[in-house]
Design a protein. Structure first.
Lengths: 221, 227
């Protein structure tokens, strides 16, 4: 028991590592602020293209979505970071993270938006158009608000996944939360810094996870 | 050498494809083994937890909810590093593939429990009451009446979640599990060429595109939560 406390909940080590981990948290927040809005916007674009009336365009969008949903995000990240330099594109860790996570998350958000838009009845389109709204006005003011409401739990849940995803940036040496914690671990030979990082992730995401459970239950019943 | 042939040489080098195919293949087998182990144990454990939760014993349910929430909120890589570097220091030594399996199975179990539980809750109360009034015990009602209907509803979300977690086998590369990505990156640094990374990405596509397409099919077929 003492060994466990010493190894995982060593307050002294946590205190030492705290400034480093706080710096990591800042990087994690920055990555989230880049990737979540990009993903939400890219996902909407994916979804609208995949609902196109032209069959080839539709299929191309769905193929792209499935492609990026099939590649594990870590593989994509390492490919962008370590593979693209061979083609002459040398990217900073942050740029590599932003690009690969943008592709990954916007394909997931895209699927969610698409399901949402499809869940809005066609009558809504007809009614809005016949009241004189333009197609884009119908989409923006009538269909999307209902679509987003219908898939809100999935949108929140995917956002939680995106925040968790940012921990992969540690693999390309971007000094975010997990990377800083792991640095502290390798210096102190003690796992408490990673426990501290885990506590920070929990503090950020637990409320959202609870929210998802409640949203899902409300819609299920 | 023109730009195009330089590009081909860096990403589609035949000599390297031949040389490293066995390694990538070996990694693919490891990925499949771990994925199958994770899917089977994770889903069964998740189902077991959902069944326990259906008995509504307060202490058990509190523990289950805490477990489920924690494993849904924590990034899997954090858990992997914690288990892999932490446990040896308190005298528990697990090989890296076992760490990967354990963590991913627990993460999948947490998500699966939540999905099964949502399925169980979505079955109308009348089903319970009717079954109980014919003399079936609580457990029999759950197993013969409620679960068969609930599980049908859980198929699409569970499939999608399972696919997402299975792809996390790539995280094993961080702790040195010899799966696809690990083979590909070590071949890449050994050969100084991006071809092995292309091969690794290709292997993942072959494994997962059919699964993702299958998930899409299930989603349209079973229609979960159509409002």
């Amino acid at each position: 028991m003492d060994a466990i406390l010493q190894q995982f909940f060593n307050l002294e080590v946590m205190e030492q590592a705290f400034p480093l981990i706080l710096g990591g948290l800042k990087q994690t927040v920055i990555i989230c602020l880049i990737v979540v809005p990009l993903g939400l916007a890219g996902g909407l674009a994916f979804a609208l293209i995949s609902l196109s009336r032209l069959r080839t365009v539709r299929w191309a969008a769905i193929a792209a979505i499935d492609f990026f949903r099939s590649i594990p995000p870590l593989v994509l990240l390492i490919f962008v970071y370590a593979g693209l330099p061979f083609a002459g594109f040398r990217l900073s860790p942050l740029a590599a993270v932003a690009i690969s996570f943008f592709l990954n998350t916007s394909s997931y958000y895209g699927e969610i938006y698409r399901a949402g838009i499809e869940s809005v009845g066609l009558g809504q389109w007809d009614a809005a158009r016949s009241s004189g709204l333009q197609a884009y006005q119908t989409l923006a003011c009538v269909v999307l608000p209902q679509a987003v409401r219908n898939v809100l739990p999935d949108l929140v849940s995917n956002t939680v996944e995106v925040v968790k995803l940012t921990s992969l940036a540690s693999v390309v040496a971007l000094p975010e939360l997990l990377y800083s914690a792991d640095m502290a671990r390798s210096v102190t030979f003690n796992s408490s810094p990673i426990v501290l990082a885990a506590v920070i992730y929990l503090a950020m995401l637990w409320p959202l996870v609870r929210l998802i459970s409640r949203l899902e239950r409300r819609i299920a019943t | 050498m023109g730009a195009w042939s330089r590009f081909l040489d860096a990403f589609f080098n035949w000599r390297l494809i031949e040389r490293y195919s066995p390694d990538i293949l070996k990694g693919t087998v490891v990925t499949i083994e771990i994925a199958v182990a994770v899917v089977v144990t994770g889903i069964l454990f998740g189902l077991a937890l959902a069944i326990v939760r259906a008995f509504r014993v307060l202490t058990f349910n509190t523990l289950i909810v805490i477990f489920v929430d924690m494993f849904r909120a924590l990034p899997p890589l954090v858990l992997i590093l914690l288990v892999y570097f932490g446990l040896p220091n308190i005298g528990i030594n697990l090989p890296s593939f076992a760490v990967l399996w354990l963590v991913l199975a627990l993460v999948l179990a947490a998500f699966a429990e939540e999905i099964f539980w949502a399925g169980i809750l979505s079955i109308p109360k009348g089903q319970w009451e009717a079954a109980r009034s014919t003399g079936l015990s609580f457990l029999r009602t759950l197993v013969y009446i409620v679960l068969p209907q609930a599980i049908r509803l859980t198929v699409p979300p569970l499939t999608n979640r399972t696919i997402a977690i299975t792809k996390n086998t790539a995280l094993g590369t961080v702790i040195g599990v010899g799966e696809i990505l690990n083979q590909a990156t070590s071949a890449q640094s050994f050969s100084g060429n991006a071809t092995p990374l292309m091969m690794g990405a290709f292997a993942y596509l072959i494994l997962f595109v059919p699964v993702v397409a299958f998930g899409r099919f299930l989603e349209t077929r079973f229609g979960w939560r159509r409002v």
